[in-house]
Design a protein. Structure first.
Length: 95
């Protein structure tokens, strides 16, 4: 697993709204994702797994899984090659 700490809605390091983004090769247990989010103690921690051409996203607060998180989605929007890539969430696909 790779984990990134991102500062959304800012162009300054240590500014904006922080979130963690965890890039996984395959899904880990819900309880482990919850414990990682609790340990991070950010408002949200995003977990992503590439499935075909899309990235599946899930978000956890320190207390529970949530359906959607805008700033963690914003920071998880690129495929690393400055291209936007499609995302699948519990609320449907996002492009």
């Amino acid at each position: 697993m790779k984990q990134y700490i991102v500062d959304a809605f800012t162009d300054k390091v240590f500014g904006g709204n922080q979130a963690a983004v965890c890039v996984l090769d395959e899904w880990i247990s819900d309880s482990l994702m919850q414990n990682i989010a609790k340990e991070n103690n950010f408002s949200e921690t995003a977990f992503t797994v590439k499935e075909g051409e899309k990235y599946h996203l899930r978000w956890f607060t320190p207390a529970a899984e949530i359906d959607f998180c805008g700033h963690a989605l914003q920071q998880n929007r690129s495929d690393g090659q400055n291209r936007r890539s499609a995302r699948r969430t519990s609320k449907g696909s996002l492009h």
